[in-house]
Design a protein around this ligand. Sequence first.
Ligand code: PMP
Length: 451
Amino acid sequence: MTEINREKLKAQYQKEMELFEKKHKKSGELYKKAQDSLLQGVPMNWMTKWAGSYPVFVAKAKGAHFQDVDGNDYLDFCLGDTGSMIGHAPEPAVKAISEYAAQGTTFMLPTEDAVWNAEELQRRFGMKYWQFATSATDANRFVLRLAREVTQRPKVVVYNWCYHGTVDETVAIIDETTGKTVAKPGSLGPQCDPAITTKVIEWNDVQALEDALKYEDVAAVLAEPVMTNCGIVHPQPGYHEKLRELTKKYGTLLIIDETHTICAGVGGCTKAYGLEPDMVVVGKTVAAGIPAAAYGFSADLGAKAAAAIPPELCDIGGIGGTLAANALSMHAMRAVLSEVLTEKFYDKNIPLAARFNEGVQGVIDKYDLPWNTTQLGCRTEYWFRKEPAQNGGQAEAAVDFELDQYMHLASLNRGILMTPFHNMALITAETSQADIDKHTAVFEEIVKNIL
Ligand code: PMP
């Protein structure tokens, strides 16, 4: 097994930093200017974490590529961490959004597009009733509230190292020494000790699931059907069946968050694996980057949820957002669902995702590196451990920040943007074979430099 040469890694990283600053002068100037008005020089806090001395400022984008303000072209495998999974500025969405914007964008009243979207989501995910929200984070907050309301139970179950947005109940992990639920490292001003609201368990651990549910105090399990935020961690055979069986047995609702796993196909994993959750959440790419998300209910749960929200109190009940279901977002979603995010989209990019992983795995094997690759639909990932992780704890234990930063920065300097904070690549319909092969070549070059 080949070890990374840490001395070389440090030296190469320095070289890449110098190259970065040379190639990104205008971004550097904008970043400097921004220190005076934007907190930490960025419009959104986590942009400080990008590899390099500062984030690259974007000028424009189309398909699988974007250009920065310095005129550098990038092959985009980040694609807004799924927000642009359908590719940048897809023609049907651009047309629908630009035409529609001229006739008014938000009313606090429904438009016909909302009905069309709900019917299409019904067809894709099998959930009977639908609601819309401004973001997947909001949708997750709302489904957890509704789950507690309907079941009259206080707690939720989530998985170790999951991510469902900035939802208070989910910013928690398992403490390695005590096994107890604690706040995630870096959790900012938690509203209360997360152990009061949440039980965190490991993915793929059936016994832990039953132990968490058996006290009948859990309103809902909130799960990605395949974990995607700590690398791609697939369910073991039979795990989903057990998850459904045990949630039913103990009267707990099952919420499937398909925000990222929509990469698996038109109806996410819910359709692909024939899952039967009580609620489903989707977001990010469904409206071409116009903020929008949706959450669906089974017929039974929908009826209970409706009964729990009396009209005289509904506007102050904790489910809101004046921009939720706004007319523009509904129109954009209709364009995406009808013309972009179709079977054809996945037919094109899933084989390319397989090619991406074959290329990366080929380099891993050639240099005998203790790394692995995983794939879910058009989402791919490489991770710094020999075998794919079985749960979030294992995945997190293999995080190598120094190596991660180097891989991202060296890729960026060679015109390739990977998803920050891990090594994920999304393949859109306009990504070409040549793009994939370029990545394989760059990957080999930058790996060779640190051995
Ligand atoms: N659910 C999952 C599974 C996610 O990965 C994310 C964001 N990465 C969210 C929800 C929240 O999405 P947003 O930040 O667009 O609200």
